[in-house]
Design a protein. Structure first.
Length: 115
């Protein structure tokens, strides 16, 4: 199983980014995939879960209405569209999947929101 994130970068407050996570090594369409983030000095937190059917559950309240998860099963890819970015969204964003009772993480992609 491999998860590879991309799409991070430097963006000004109020800007947008779309992260991608390409999955391989498992039957992608059967599994939910989550996005987590970890800011410096803070614990890793769940941002969004994209279910196998494409539905999205977002955590925490601070990203509701701004972040949207989606997936393209034909491309084995999940996305995280991030709009109206804030300074506090600065973090490393990770893709996560639990496959056959084993946890898998991507290497992460850095998102920096700064003026």
């Amino acid at each position: 199983v491999q998860l590879v994130e991309s799409g991070g970068g430097l963006v000004q407050p109020g800007g947008s980014l779309r992260l991608s996570c390409v999955a391989s090594g498992f039957t992608f369409s059967r599994y939910g995939v989550s996005w987590y983030r970890q800011a410096p000095g803070k614990e890793r937190e769940l941002v969004a879960t994209i279910t196998s059917s494409g539905g999205t559950t977002n955590y925490p309240d601070s990203v509701k209405g701004r972040f949207t998860g989606s997936r393209d099963n034909a491309k084995n890819t999940v996305y995280l569209q991030m709009n109206s970015l804030k300074l506090e969204d600065t973090a490393v964003y990770y893709c996560y999947a639990r496959v056959n009772f084993i946890n898998y993480w991507g290497q992460g992609t850095q998102v920096t929101v700064s003026s």
